[in-house]
Structures are given as structure tokens and as C-alpha cells.
Design a protein around this ligand. Sequence first.
Ligand code: ADP
Length: 798
Amino acid sequence: MVTKQPLSLNHHNPTPAFDEGQVQTQQDALEQEHFLALQEISSRISAILDLGRLLDELIQRVMTTFGYYNVLIFLTDDKGEDLYLAASGRPLTREMQERRFKIGSGGLVGRAASAVISIFVPDVSECDFCTPSGPTILSEMAIPMLVGGLLVGVMDVESDQVGAFKEWDLQLMNTLANQVAASIKAIQLLQESRANTMALEQQTHTMMLISRIAATLTSSLDASEILDRTVRHLVELSNTDYGGVFIMEQNKQHGLVLAEYPTRQLADQRFSYPRTSSSVQQMLEMGIPHVIEDAVNHPLLAPFREQIAPLDIRSLLLVPLVARSDMIGVLFLASLGQQRTFSGEELEICQTIASQAGVAVANARLLQDIQQQKRALARKTQELTEESSKLDVILRNIADGLVVTDNTGRIILSNPVFREMAGLTPDRSLRGFLLAGCFPVTGLQSLTVQALRVPGQVFTENLEMPDGRVLKASATAMRLLPTLLDPEQEKRIAGVATILRDITHEVEVDRMKTDFISTVSHELRSPLTTILGFTNLVQRDIRRSVASYVEADEEASHTIERILENLTIIENESQRLTRIVNDLLDVSKMEAGRIKWRMSKVSLDKVINGAVAATTALAEENDLSIQVYLPPQGLPPVYGNHDRLIQVMINLLSNAIKFTRRGRIEVRGWRLNVHDGMLDISDPAPPIYRSNPTAQKMLADLQFSAGEWVLVSITDTGIGIPVKSMPHIFEKFTQGGKVLTEKPKGTGLGLAICKEIIEYHKGLIWADSEQAQGSTFSFALPLRSQAPEDTPSIPIEE
Ligand code: ADP
């Protein structure tokens, strides 16, 4: 509420009236004049658009027109809580100039403002809350300046006389105050809007600058160029003397100043990054910028004091440079020679630009990494291409066929020789094709399947091709090599590599050899029979007819005796020759597949006992005993040829007897169950297989296919076999040099025959031996009592 009614704190004594009428007329004329002056002042100042000038003009005019001692204008501050002195008609003390009044409680001015009424004090000395602007002030009036009911300020009129103001003065000033208030408010609003526009313009300018800088930063993909530009822009923008970027090395222990502006001052110097835990450093590491106003003795700079001394850095703005959430360095702006402050806005701009620069640097580094990797990859590819072309040349030029298949039987790699062997165009790539569909013989595929089951083991098979050629195929499954990324990879199988060698010629030569042996032995048999027959005849005739005639003649008797001995030698040697010839015929027939096997269900117990019975006499002759150990329930029957299996047993037993001077011979029959790569050995397996890990490993290496097997072993305590002979003992005509008698007793064909027989039964035969300790010969037959489904039954004639 605005009261226009002036309020007097003292009883106002009107001037004494002596000629009332005249005085009234003079008064009216003065009032009229004052009023016109008021109008004049009002219209003059309303044309002024500068607040200071307006107030000065107003005060001067009021003072001169109305003869007031001083006029002071107080204006409300931004918050509308205080009044501050905006202008005064007379010079004031500094204290008075800075005076502020609280609206409500601050002296006369504050009270008039809060009560929104004009107050005049005729005698300041009687007012306990008045605060006149000087000691000469004796009366005072305070007039609130209002626009639309809102307080703009207070006009404070002072006089150096007591009771200087009258009601009229109050009314006059009240009117003026309200007119002036409107002009003041208008100017204030204008100023405010100008300030706002300027701030807005400034803000827009800054934003545009930032975005322009950001655009120039991101337009480069070279990290050092980005840093150069960032520093240059920031130095120019903040109007600092010098700026730079300190970038840390990978280990974050040292760093270099990579970019500087306007001059290179710290280049080529390595700075150690302080390992302190100061709060400034911690803040920087968290990405928060920091201002050091007095850099001269700041502890953060202590480690580099000497290095930066020539620069004379006085104030510093530090902005962390963050790339991919990692602080990679610090951007700094420095004031040289003299201190300066950095505004919050500058700090903000620097931070914004630094973060843009961080992203740009991160991108540039990423690009650099990618380019490096690309170059490395290109190098690697080049190397690989060279390697692979070398490999290709090798593969093309090896005489053997090579095919590599994956776990599913698809071809990964093949060489021209293989493709030629398969009857395909050598130039055609078979990659991705199924081996089974590319190769005319099924045996190859089953060989690779077999190899897959036991990685690392070489499986061999002779393949007869439709065109009559014979290929020897050797297949191995290869494991992948462990890699850094996948060390477990080696458990996986890369595929199967199969080498095929054309052995048609060797087979042919072998066949011719066998044919020759077979013919020769056949031809040798009849003369041998004749020699034997005639030797016997001559022996008999001599004994019967000649011996009795010469009994008396000692010398003749001696001669006859010698002739008979020689005849026995002829007989023995002829017998041995017959055995050799028979064995030779056997082997050659077996090898040529010309034997007809009578296959049936065979009791291995009977085979073992039969062979033992046949050799016991020979053993006893040599003071040896033969012990047989079989499972209590006996051995299960196998599918095979009874006589041939007896032949194997007799051969092995005769060898054991032949090569054992003292001790004993043990025969064992036992079962073996192979499943999931494990061997279950049943009793009474020879101790060697139960306790000796090496022998067990050897047993495991024998490539037993999964299923049940029957094993028979003959262990002797004889001379044993030298290690170097071991690989050859199953070959034809292999005889271990000096046997007990110095003279070979056998034919060197026994074990070769055994091998042929056992392999015909799809079995395995092998030997373990230790020189001077004894040998164990073993054979294993797959446990089945009839012909396997995949083999055609064999004719029974032998
Ligand atoms: P042989 O007719 O000479 O016995 P084999 O083929 O049966 O021919 O044997 C080949 C060679 O293997 C023998 O000459 C011998 O050196 C060695 N051999 C075979 N069995 C034994 C054994 N039980 N103990 C020691 N050496 C053996």
C-alpha cells in the first residue's frame, strides 16, 4: 500500500502568518513555479538513458531548483534486500559511499523503503535512528521511489538547517520520486536486458569457438597435430602467455611435453611423473582441473623446478587429458612473469576442449594401433604366403601322394600325386570334398577312421587299386598345437594325414620272389625225399649186410661206423633241409594268399595243451619244464584254424626250448578287455604286464581295437634277444647268430610263419625280451567264435 500522505515525526510548526492573503498568493505562485520546475526536471531526465547521468542530472537540478543542501539516491540491490548509494549531490566520505541500508531496519532510508511512505525528520538530532551523511545535516526527508507498487530506491534529501522541509517539499519530492522511479526502472531494465544479451552473445561465441576447436581437433588423425592445435587454441582463447601438453609414457613414470605454444621451451626433456599422493594430483588423476595461482613455490611443481625455471611460471591452469577413461597427460596454461587468475568459465572451456582433445587423441592412437596391426598382419600374410607357396612346391614335388582330412573325413589338403592316384585330374582341388567320394578304394577311409581313434599312432595298410596298382597307405591323426589363446587346443585333433606310396613294383618283385621260392622249394622236395630215402636204404643195407662181415676186421668195422655216422649226418641235414623247404613253401603260399584255411570255432585251451604235449619230450631232453597257467574257467573259444594255431604254439615253444639252457618255460592264457583306450588285464597275465609300466605301455601301444581279446604268452628264462635284433625277428630268414650250439638249429622262418598265421586271424603278435634274462612271446586273438561279418567266409580246403 502506498500512502501519499506524508508523515511527520515532529510537530510541524507552520510559518507564522502575518499577511495571510498575500502570503497565500505568494505561496501559490511558488508552488506553481516549483511544480513547473518539477515538470521540467522530469521531462529532462526522462530523455537520459544512462543511469549515472540521470541520477547526477536529477540531483543537481533538484538541489539547484529547490535549494536543498544535498540529495542522495539509494537504489535496491539485485536481491531487493538492501539499498545502496547510487548517487550523491555532494562528495561523501568513503564510508558513506559504501553505506548500505537494510530495507526495514537501516536508518531513515531503510524505514521509508520498508514502510513505502515518505518520512521527514525536522530535527535529526532528535532522531535516534537517523544516519545523516555528514555532521552538518540537521534535517532530512526520505522518499521511496515506486513503480507499480514496487520499490526502486529511496531519494534522501538533506538540509543543514533544522526544520528545513515543509509538507509541500515532501509532496513535491514524492511526485518527483515516482516520476523518476519509472525512468530509473526503465534504464535498469534496459541495462539488464543489454547485460543478458551480452552474456548470451558471449556464451554463443564461446560455444561456437569450442565447437570450431573441437571440429579442427577431430579433423586430424595425427595425435601430435591434435595436441598442437589444442594448445594453440587454448592459449589464444584464454589469452595466456604459454601452454603445453605433458604426455605420460606407457609406464606412467615419465613423460614428455609434446606440444607447446607459442614457443617450444620444454621439448626434448624427459620429466619424471611425481609419485606423490597430493590431493591436487589425485584430483587431476580423477579428471578434475586445477588452478595454481601462485606457482612459484607450489609443491606439485617441485620435482620439475629446475627444468621449468627459465619459463618463470607464476600461475598455472592444469587440465587432465583423459583418453578412454585413462589419464594420459596434463594440458597446462601458464602465466609467465606475473600472476593471474583463471575464471570458472575459462576452466570450463579448457576442460571441454581437453576432453575433446582426449577423445581425438584416443581415436588417433586407436587408428595408429589399427594401422600398425594392419601392417603386421600384412607382413604375416606375406610370410604365410611365402611359406605356403614353399609348402606348395614341396607338396607338388614329393613322389608320394598326400591327403589331409578333417575329423569329418573332408579333404583339407591334397597334392597332385594323390589326385593322380585317385584317378582324378591332378590340377583339380579336392578341398571340402569327402575322402570317401574321391578315392576308389574304401580301405583308405577306414584307415583314416582307425587313425582318428589313436592320435599320433601310424596305421598302415596296403590298398589294391582297381587298375592293379598297390598303394601303401600310412595314416596318422595329428593334434592341434597349443596356442597362447587356446592352450587346451592341443586336446583337439586337427585331422588325419595320409601318405600313399606306390609299392606295385615292390609287391611284384616280392611276388616273383615268392613264386621263385615256391617253385624252387617244390622242385627241391622230390630230390630231398630221394636223398633221404636212399640214405635210409644205404644205412639199413650196411647194418644188415655189411656190418656183420667186417666185425672181425677192426679197421673195416671202424670205417663202417664212420660211414654210418656220416649217413646219419646226411639224414639229419636232409631232414632239416626238408623242414626249411616246407617252411619256405608255407610262407610263400601264405604270403601269396594261396593257402586255404579251415576256419572254425577253436578251443585255445586245447591248442595250448596239444602243443605243450607235443614239445614236452623235447623240453625234458633239455632239462626244462613247461608250466601252463590258464584261467580256472578256461579260455573262451576263438574263430580260427586249429592246426595253424597249434603250429604257432609249437614254433614258439620250440624256440623257447631251443634258446633256454636252464630254468623253465611258462605258458599263460588270459583275457584282455579294451574299452575307451583302457586295458583291463585279467589273471593269469604274465607278471611283466601287471607290474612293469614300460611293458604295459607297450601293450597299450599295440593298437588293440576296442573289444575283448584272448592273449597267450610263452615266457622262457633263456638267452633273450639283443635289442637291435628285436625289430627284425619276425622277418623271414632272421636268425639270431650264435645260438647255443653255434650252429643254427632252425630255419629263420618260424616267427615269420607265426606272424602270417596270427595276422590272418586278425590278431597281433609281439615279443618282449631282456638279454640273458629271457623272452616272452605273446599273441592276441580277437575274441569271437565265428567269422566277422565284414570278412567273407573262407573256403575250408587246405
Ligand atoms: P629259427 O628257426 O632260427 O628259430 P625263428 O624265426 O623261429 O627262426 O626265430 C628267429 C630268431 O629269433 C631266432 O634265430 C632267435 O635268434 C630269435 N628267437 C626266437 N625265439 C627266441 C627265444 N625264445 N629266445 C631267444 N631268441 C629267440
